[in-house]
Design a binder for this molecule. Structure first.
Ligand SMILES: [Fe+2]
Length: 144
C-alpha cells in the first residue's frame, strides 16, 4: 500500500466518523433552538453521507481495499469519538473544529493525488474540501 492509499483510508475513516457524529448530534440535540440545530446537523450528515459511497469506490479504483468496520475506523480515524450528550453550543464548537480538520485533511490529500496526476480523484477531494468549508461556515455563523 502506498502513501496516498494510506492517507485516503485515514481520510475515509475520519469522514465516516464525522458523518456519524453529525448524525448523533442531530438525534440528541436539545434546547430552545432545537428545530434549527436538528435541521443544521441533519443537512450536514446527509451531505457527508452522500459522499461516502463515491469515496469508498475512489479508494477501490486505486487498487486498495476500503475499510468498513467500527474497529478499523476507530484505528484509522483522526476524528475523536463523542460519547457524551453535549450542550448545543459545545456540539457546534466540536463539529466546527472537526469540519476544519476534515477540510485541512482533504487539502493535504488533494496535493498527494495531484502529484500523481490522479485528476479525477483530486477533483473529488477538492469537492470534499469545499463541502467542509461550507459546513464550517454554517457552524461558525450559528455560533455568533
Ligand atoms: Fe432525522
Amino acid at each position: 500500500m502506498n502513501d496516498l492509499q494510506r492517507a485516503l483510508k485515514i481520510a475515509f475513516a475520519s469522514e465516516f466518523a464525522f458523518y456519524l457524529k453529525a448524525h448523533y448530534f442531530h438525534w440528541n440535540v436539545e434546547g430552545p433552538n432545537f428545530p434549527q440545530l436538528h435541521d443544521l446537523f441533519g443537512k450536514i450528515y446527509e451531505e457527508v453521507y452522500s459522499s461516502i459511497d463515491t469515496f469508498a469506490e475512489e479508494i477501490r479504483a486505486t487498487g486498495a481495499y476500503t475499510p468498513g468496520s467500527f474497529s478499523r475506523f476507530s484505528v484509522l480515524s483522526l476524528i475523536d469519538d463523542e460519547v457524551d450528550v453535549l450542550p448545543p453550543e459545545a456540539m457546534l464548537i466540536e463539529l466546527l473544529q472537526d469540519s476544519d480538520k476534515m477540510s485541512e485533511m482533504f487539502r493535504v490529500v488533494f496535493d498527494a493525488a495531484e502529484e500523481l496526476g490522479l485528476h479525477g480523484l483530486s477533483n473529488f477531494l477538492a469537492d470534499r474540501q469545499d463541502a467542509h468549508k461550507k459546513h464550517s461556515w454554517m457552524l461558525r455563523s450559528t455560533l455568533k
